[in-house]
Design a protein. Sequence first.
Length: 134
Amino acid sequence: MPLHFAASRHGKHALLAQMLTPPGVVRGANDNGRPLGEMLSEPSLLRAALLHFARHGLAAAEHARDSAEASFASGDDAQYRHWLAVCRILDRRMAQGTVHRLHPMEASPASAPAKQPALGLVQGSVHDRTLASR
């Protein structure tokens, strides 16, 4: 005689479901930890980015980058900064890559790779703490 188990009638209220389900998501997965106030600091720039996105869809960041590069090549600093800011709102990594490509000497020290600790040990690792305690 086969043995069958019936599913719980109240799936989300079952004890196991409550234990295995994480509490609610605090931020969206694509927010990259940026505070919302950072993007809302200039509403006109956010509006320009949203209109640009409406016009170009998923390729909007690439179009903004291309416009920033064209403005940089023509020497129009105000337009370059505008399009770079629009690109930064739409795709922060693409904007950082553009800045590093156009201004290789002005790379910020925060984006430079960190120096490796002596002997290739990772600071704060168990092995590092063991060596420090001897």
